[in-house]
Design a protein around this ligand. Structure first.
Ligand SMILES: Nc1ncnc2c1ncn2[C@@H]1O[C@H](COP(=O)(O)OP(=O)(O)O)[C@@H](O)[C@H]1O
Ligand SMILES: N[C@@H](CCOP(=O)(O)O)C(=O)O
Length: 364
């Protein structure tokens, strides 16, 4: 595609926050929420400058995020996709305003959302028209567990798997975007291409299916006011599991995928089926109060509660409920407070639409 044929419009990209795992579905289940990372390019720019700039509308929520496009996860991802499609510069100038209410490193899929936003950004500015499955391939070249990005892109309650679990080749796929050796022009901070183009991801890296979600079930997210990076929370997991633990999780996972779609949710069934032996026990030491919360907040003593688990890699706790949302949130925050963990809670809806990129009105 030539520069002249690249669409020059304003757009808004919206990507939802997600919760991964939902208890036993480690690296396979994801749920999309009514809380959105959004990217907006409010102004059409006549300047013939093929670069990108970034600003965040809410710097308080996004402290520490690099504004240099060459270091920011959203624009690094977009650059990776563009390089895979033969672009040697951004197709046109784009000044992006980012609004990100998704708390960072709390287990609500902020990095997955940033990666999906970057893929959609490249798709939009270069007019690539990639189908959703191909967008997912690019996102999965970067975020190597499919649970968050599948739910973020597609919306709703999604089960997915990677078709190739060869971690050695996974690492190679990451070399493109993250160690691009692309020199940065220190004046404009524009990307400049290295001699070697990054590896194009193979097609259909993953497979996914949308699962039914019972309409009245909402998500109470109880968010500790400290960060826990996904990398750190993955580092504490064992390399191998016993047959008993494998069977324990498989049995619950199979039941859970149906139990959450039933029109009259069975609280006791859901609560038991959200129990896990693959990641939560190992991560409990990283989240003071988690173990007590999970064992004391049960349907018998907490009206409206259906189940609770660590959200993604934590430290957020996800509580699924169909009533008494505020009271449940308050109870969970009180338990965390007993462990000197300050929290905020957000009551969110599960959304079915997934990520969008829409034209919007421009000022010139
Ligand atoms: N809106 C964003 N813009 C740029 N980078 C982001 C954004 N959101 C997340 N990130 C990157 O992802 C990191 C958090 O990723 P991770 O530890 O996986 O936590 P989470 O559970 O929130 O996904 C941040 O430190 C930052 O590097
Ligand atoms: N399956 C992953 C999910 C990580 O989700 P995040 O929202 O914490 O990035 C894991 O449990 O490590």
């Amino acid at each position: 595609m030539t520069i002249d044929s690249v669409p020059d419009t304003t757009f808004e990209i919206k990507v939802p926050a997600t919760s991964a795992n939902i208890g036993p579905g480690f690296d396979s289940l994801g749920l999309a929420f009514s809380l959105y990372l959004s990217l907006h390019n409010p102004t059409l720019c006549a300047v013939f400058d093929r670069s990108v700039t970034l600003e965040y509308t809410d710097p308080q929520n996004n402290q520490g995020l690099p504004l240099r496009p060459s270091q920011n996860l959203i624009t690094k991802t977009a650059w990776y996709v563009l390089r895979c499609h033969g672009y040697l510069a951004f197709p046109r100038f784009v000044a992006i305003t980012v609004t990100n209410p998704i708390p960072l490193s709390r287990g609500l899929g902020s990095s997955g959302a940033a990666v999906v936003a970057g893929v959609l950004l490249a798709n939009e500015v270069a007019g690539l028209n990639l189908p959703k499955d191909r967008l997912l391939d690019f996102a999965l070249a970067i975020e190597r567990h499919p649970d968050n990005v599948s739910a973020a892109l597609l919306g709703g309650f999604v089960a997915s798997y990677l078709r190739d679990d060869d971690t050695a080749s996974n690492t190679k796929a990451l070399e493109g975007p993250f160690q691009p050796n692309d020199k940065i022009n220190s004046h404009t901070d524009a990307f400049a291409p290295s001699a070697v183009a990054p590896r194009m991801p193979p097609s259909q890296v993953s497979r996914h299916v949308s699962l039914p979600w019972s309409a009245g079930i909402r998500a109470i997210t109880v968010i500790p006011q400290f960060q826990l990076s996904t990398a750190k929370a993955r580092a504490v997991l064992p390399q191998t599991y016993s047959r008993a633990d494998l069977v324990y999780n498989l049995q619950r996972l199979a039941v859970l995928t149906h139990a959450l779609g039933q029109s009259s949710p069975d609280a006791k069934l859901i609560h038991e089926a959200m129990s896990d032996r693959s990641h939560q026990p190992y991560r409990a030491d990283l989240v003071p109060g988690l173990q007590v919360l999970l064992t004391t907040m049960v349907p018998d003593t907490t009206p409206g509660l259906l189940g609770a688990c660590l959200s993604g890699a934590g430290p957020t706790v996800l509580i699924l409920a169909n009533d008494h949302f505020e009271a449940i949130a308050q109870k969970a925050c009180t338990i965390f407070a007993e462990y000197n963990v300050a929290t905020k809670s957000l009551i969110l809806d599960v959304i079915q639409d997934g990520s969008t990129c829409k034209p919007c009105s421009a000022t010139q």
